[in-house]
Design a protein around this ligand. Structure first.
Ligand code: GLA
Length: 385
């Protein structure tokens, strides 16, 4: 988060709270390098926390009402304040924030009505985990505020519970894990099946990550995400398996339904690619890492069918630029961003190629860096599990 954004947040908070003392918690977004749509199937993902961030400021409410200052662009044009006497949900944008507070009450934290302000550089619906960042951010803000703190696994589970059980979004734990366990200048291997994380050193000298938004927003709460999970469960039932990790590509021939076969092929091959990508990143083999990103995109597009025409065209445009090693959609798909890995000299041509393919201004294509997650930032409040 830039100093400018932090200053803007503090100013907004000060206005909201009449100058009462406030506490600020800054949360990163995340990218996936290889390994999407596998977390809920016990697969592995190479991911990282990024320096596109969200900040939550909280303070005790003067008038005893819950008050939330939302950033401009969050479900309305200008910034606005939502006020509630009780913590209830109304189906609007502010629900994620209020649901997270409800979740913390349910988890046994005790706190008075709060005033909160949120500023965010993580665009909603871009596949960069804006919702998980908000859920993790508000949960941690409350945990810090009460002085009780949480363990890292607790924070991941708490933020996922809010999305799954209170908001009805059937997400896995990839986003929360990257946000909590990310490391500065390092990638993170998240193995959902083994419930393990490991940091992956990757010397990026001479290379950069570029993100290009497409014009369509995605939603993990939409019916497509739920449908993919159901198809995979049906495929697992047909194969009679309890873990996708026992399945080899040749076993997939046993699936009679071609749709289930493609969905399952994505999951099985994607985890293999993620593990190969870890090796490629560790040995700074960017040719191989880029090739795996591109294979992952094809699998997400053809076998898992979560890409869009704009995402495919933008990936194609990036790959047409010399010095671009790989490109793929990032996150759940159905819209959102393309992530490209390119040599430093290719940053500008890649920016131009992707922005013109996606139909967005070149300045919307941004470089991102890997940054530290919440466990590293707030070690006094996020204890190791
Ligand atoms: C969303 C979900 C994650 C994960 C990704 C796809 O971000 O929240 O749990 O399934 O999609 O990899």
């Amino acid at each position: 988060m830039t100093e400018q954004s932090q200053a803007a947040l503090l100013q907004a908070l000060e206005k909201l709270t009449d100058g009462r003392e406030a506490m600020v918690t800054v949360v990163p977004g995340r990218i996936t390098i290889v390994g999407d749509h596998v977390d809920y199937a016990g697969g592995a993902t190479l991911c990282g926390a990024i320096d596109m961030e969200l900040a939550v400021g909280i303070s005790v409410a003067g008038a005893g009402m819950w008050r939330l200052l939302l950033p401009s662009g969050a479900g309305g044009s200008g910034s606005r304040v939502e006020e509630r006497e009780e913590l209830w949900l109304d189906g609007g944008y502010a629900d994620t924030a209020f649901a997270t507070l409800l979740g913390m009450e349910q988890a046994g934290f005790s706190f008075p009505p709060l005033e909160m302000a949120v500023v965010s550089q993580i665009p909603p619906g871009a596949g960069l985990s804006s919702s998980a960042a908000l859920c993790c951010g508000i949960s941690l803000a409350v945990a810090r505020f009460t002085g009780v703190g949480m363990t890292a696994p607790q924070l991941v589970a708490q933020a996922q519970m809010v999305e799954n059980d209170i908001l009805g979004v059937p997400c896995g734990t990839l986003d929360q894990t990257a946000i909590v366990y990310g490391r500065k200048d390092e990638l993170l291997l998240f193995d959902a099946g083994k419930e393990q994380t490991a940091s992956v050193a990757c010397d990026m000298s001479g290379y950069r990550w570029l993100l290009c938004p497409t014009r369509k927003k995605h939603s993990t709460g939409g019916k497509e995400y739920r449908e993919r999970r159901a198809q995979l469960e049906a495929a697992a039932a047909e194969l009679g398996i309890t873990s996708w990790r026992e399945v080899q590509e040749e076993d997939l021939r046993r699936l009679r339904n071609p749709l289930y076969r493609s969905r399952a092929r994505h999951v099985v091959t994607e985890t293999r690619r993620s593990l190969e990508a870890v090796e490629a990143a560790r040995s700074a083999d960017f040719g191989q890492l880029g090739a795996l990103m591109l294979e992952s995109h094809s699998s997400l597009s053809q076998d898992y069918e979560v890409s869009t025409a704009a995402l495919d065209t933008t990936v194609g445009a990036a790959m047409g630029v010399q010095g671009v090693m790989g490109a793929r959609l990032v996150g759940a798909g159905f819209g959102g961003c393309v992530l490209a890995l390119c040599e430093m000299s290719a940053v500008q041509p890649c920016r131009i190629a992707m922005s013109s393919a996606a139909g967005v201004p070149p300045e919307w294509v941004v470089q991102v860096n890997l940054t530290e997650g919440l466990a590293m930032r707030y070690p006094e409040s996020v204890r190791p599990g």
